[in-house]
Design a protein around this ligand. Structure first.
Ligand code: UDP
Length: 372
C-alpha cells in the first residue's frame, strides 16, 4: 500500500513525487508513456536535445521556483526571441521597437505609441472584449493583421474574435529595443535537456512506465491512500458531461544535413496560408555546440501543425473560453467530491499554465498535504 499513487510523470507529478518522498511518504509514479517527463520530455537526436512535445523555455519571476529547479539542473542563459515570418517579411518578437520600426519606419517610442493610438482609435475600441479587440488595442491593426490574426487562427482553429483576450496578454508589448519574449527575472533551458532534470527529480522513487491508469483503475484505486491525477480531468470522469476542448499539435521533425537552417530557435509563420504555425530548430536552445564544444554538422527542426483535439490525440492546450470554462466548473465540482484524489497540472486543472506555475502549484499542494 502506497501513501500516494501519482498518475503522470510530467512536472506536476514529478515535483509532487519528489517532495512527498522527501517528506517520508511512500510514493509510486505511473505513466502511460514509455518515458518520463510528460510534455517537457527531450530526446537526444544527432547530439541535440530535441523538445519532442514542443518548445519549452523555462522562465519565471518566482525566486523560490527558480531556486527549486536549480537543485535538479544547471540552466543555460538561453533567452527566447522568436522571429515572425509573414510571407517572407521578418519581424522581431515580442512586439517592441524593432517590430514597430520594421512595420512603420518609426524611430522613437513616441512615434510608435502615436501610431498604435491612431490605429486603435480608428478601430473604435474602448473596452476590449476578445482577443481581436485586445490585440488591436495593444499594438494596432497592422501588427494585428500581419503578426497575430493568421497565427492565432491557425493555433486555435477559431477566429480571434471568439477567443479570450488573456491569451494575447501572455506576450509583452514594449517601447524599448528588447527582443526578450518574456518579462521574467529568470530564464533558461536545463543543460542536458529536461528529461535529465526530471530524472533527477524522480531519483530513488518507484516508477512504472507504459502503465495506463485507465486500463485497470479499480486496481490502482486500491493501491494507494491518495491519488494525484495529472491527466485530463474530463477523461478521469469518462467524459460523462461531454469532453472539454483542447488543441492538439502534430510535429514533423526532420534531420537536415546542414549546420544552420534558420538561425534561431523559433520562427513563427504568421500568415494564414502556411500550414504550420512555427518551426523550431532545436540546437539553438543550447547554442548548437556538442558536448566537446564543436559545431554540430547537422540540425534538427520540427514544424508544428495545430489541430482540434479528438479522442486518441494528445491534448496540449486547454481552450479556456467561456463554454469550456463552464464545463470545467462542472467537472471541478465532481472533482472536489473525490476526497482521495488530487487533480493537478495543465490537464488536471484545465488551465494554460506555464512550467513555473505548475511547479509552484505542486510545491504548494504538497505543503498542504503534508500539513494535513
Ligand atoms: N501569438 C501571435 N503571433 C505570434 C506569437 C503568438 O498572434 O507570432 C499569439 C497567439 O494567439 C498565441 C498567443 O499569442 O496563442 C500566445 O503565444 P505564446 O507564444 O505564449 O504561445 P505558446 O508558446 O504557449 O504556444
Amino acid at each position: 500500500m502506497y501513501d500516494y499513487l501519482i498518475v503522470g510523470s510530467g512536472l506536476y507529478g514529478s515535483v509532487c513525487a519528489r517532495e512527498l518522498t522527501d517528506a517520508g511518504k511512500k510514493v509510486l509514479v505511473i505513466d502511460k508513456r514509455d518515458h518520463i517527463a510528460g510534455n517537457v520530455y527531450t530526446k537526444k537526436i544527432e547530439g541535440i536535445n530535441v523538445h519532442i512535445y514542443g518548445a519549452h523555455i523555462f522562465h519565471t519571476n518566482n525566486t523560490k521556483v527558480w531556486e527549486y529547479v536549480q537543485k535538479f539542473a544547471t540552466f543555460n542563459r538561453f533567452t527566447n526571441s522568436p522571429v515572425a515570418n509573414y510571407n517572407g517579411e521578418l519581424y522581431s518578437l515580442p512586439f517592441n521597437m524593432y517590430t514597430f520600426n520594421k512595420m512603420w519606419g518609426v524611430v522613437t517610442p513616441e512615434e510608435a505609441f502615436a501610431k498604435i493610438e491612431e490605429q486603435k482609435k480608428a478601430a473604435g475600441i474602448t473596452e476590449p472584449k476578445n482577443l481581436e479587440e485586445q490585440a488591436i488595442s495593444l499594438v494596432g491593426t497592422d501588427i494585428y493583421e500581419k503578426l497575430i490574426k493568421g497565427y492565432t487562427k491557425k493555433q486555435w482553429g477559431r477566429p480571434c474574435s471568439q477567443l479570450p483576450s488573456f491569451i494575447i496578454k501572455r506576450l509583452p508589448v514594449r517601447f524599448t529595443f528588447d527582443n526578450n519574449y518574456f518579462n521574467a527575472l529568470y530564464q533558461g533551458i536545463p543543460v542536458g535537456g529536461y528529461t535529465k532534470m526530471v530524472e533527477k527529480m524522480l531519483e530513488g522513487i518507484e516508477l512504472k512506465l507504459s502503465v495506463n491508469y485507465f486500463d485497470n483503475r479499480e486496481y490502482w484505486n486500491t493501491a494507494a491512500k491518495k491519488i494525484i491525477f495529472t491527466g485530463p480531468i474530463d477523461e478521469f470522469f469518462s467524459y460523462e458531461l461531454g469532453n472539454l476542448e483542447y488543441r492538439s499539435v502534430r510535429f514533423q521533425t526532420e534531420i537536415l544535413e546542414k549546420q544552420n537552417f534558420q538561425g534561431n530557435a523559433a520562427v513563427n509563420y504568421t500568415d494564414a496560408d502556411t500550414p504550420w504555425t512555427r518551426i523550431i530548430e532545436h540546437k539553438w536552445f543550447e547554442f548548437g555546440k556538442d558536448e566537446h564544444g564543436n559545431e554540430l554538422p547537422k540540425t534538427v527542426i520540427s514544424k508544428e501543425y495545430s489541430s482540434e483535439w479528438k479522442p486518441g490525440d494528445e491534448p496540449y492546450y486547454p481552450v479556456n473560453d467561456e463554454k469550456n470554462g463552464k464545463l470545467y466548473q462542472q467537472y471541478l465540482a465532481k472533482a472536489l467530491k473525490e476526497e482521495n484524489v488530487i487533480f493537478g497540472g495543465r490537464l488536471g486543472e484545465y488551465k494554460y499554465y506555464d512550467m513555473d506555475q505548475v511547479i509552484a502549484l505542486a510545491l504548494q499542494k504538497v505543503t498542504e498535504l503534508v500539513e494535513q
